[in-house]
Write a protein that binds this ligand. Structure first.
Ligand code: AMP
Length: 283
């Protein structure tokens, strides 16, 4: 496994592989790898000849009062796990390498960045799109794999890829969960033991909401019930959002009678930790 920190060197490695017609799969991450990340790497491995991952805590996607400084980092551990998972290249750039002095070009997405996670995280998806587009240009992958856990991010990146005519195929992979249903996340380690015990309330509420929809209950009733359910847990300090939307377009859904897949997604604060999750009701 190769660890490369500069854009020049990784481009060189990519060019060598491209000349040999070797296909490339990319898994962008912010590190502190867990089973969710590893499952994306396995998928990339099944689909392509060489797997690249990037480990980069991207400052552009964090707001000024968010957890950029505290975000967990452990490169030694990450590289061990990546090697065990059969990763071929880790791209591990510094902030200066990705955003040199004077950097001022950003990729924005309209409308979709104002809803759900974007509502209270202004600029977040601009930061995500910018770094991912840079990674796509630098590594020129044939496929890139993203988790359904960050569902809105996945839809936005698929849209960016289509809108900007990128060659890369954006693939998704299911959410990996702990035994009690909590979606695995690098941020789960912020939770104290009692907070951790209660954190599965998010997934449970989403599942319950899906069951209510399946039984034909009204969307607004279901939304309110799930919201109240979350709020009734003493460890949940705030419900950021609980949305029921079209799973392809992320448009608000009014009538459950439609045949499309329906996304039920939410974000909550447990203490200083923001957790997100979603489930899909197949149409
Ligand atoms: P992150 O390091 O949090 O930026 O995540 C990197 C990639 O891993 C993103 O595509 C995430 O959607 C994906 N991911 C994060 N958690 C999970 C999970 N529990 N299951 C599957 N994929 C995940």
């Amino acid at each position: 496994m190769n660890v490369i920190t500069t854009i020049g060197e990784i481009k060189q490695a990519v060019n060598n592989l491209k000349q040999k017609k070797v296909t490339i799969g990319l898994v962008p991450t912010m590190g502190y790898l867990h089973q969710g990340h590893l499952s994306l790497m396995q998928k990339a491995k099944q689909e392509t000849d060489r797997v690249f991952i990037s480990i980069f805590v991207n400052p552009a996607q964090f707001g000024p009062s968010e957890d950029f400084d505290q975000y967990p980092r452990d490169f030694e551990r990450d590289s061990r796990l990546a090697q065990q998972s059969g990763v071929d290249y880790i791209f591990y750039p510094s902030t200066e390498e990705m955003y040199p002095k004077g950097f001022c070009t950003y990729v924005g997405i309209k409308k979709l960045d104002r809803i759900m996670c974007g509502k209270n995280r202004p600029g977040h998806f601009t930061g995500v799109c910018t770094v991912v587009l840079k990674l796509f240009h630098i590594i020129q992958p044939d496929i890139a794999v993203f988790g359904q856990k960050d569902y809105q991010q996945l839809i936005i990146l698929k849209k960016m890829s289509r809108d900007l005519n990128l060659e890369v195929k954006v693939l998704s992979h299911k959410t990996i969960r702990e035994k009690d249903g909590l979606a695995v996340s690098s941020r789960n380690q912020y939770l104290s033991p009692p907070q951790r015990k209660n954190a599965a309330i998010l997934y449970q509420s989403l599942i319950e909401a899906r069951q209510m929809l399946q039984k034909g209950q009204e969307i607004e009733t279901v939304r309110k019930k799930a919201w109240a359910n979350l709020q009734s847990n003493t460890f949940v300090d705030k419900v950021d959002y609980l949305d029921i939307r079209d799973a392809q377009t992320l448009d608000q859904v009014i009538d459950i009678g439609q045949k499309n897949d329906i996304l039920i997604a939410g974000a909550i604060w447990i203490g200083n930790t923001r957790l997100i999750d979603n489930v899909v009701l197949r149409g």
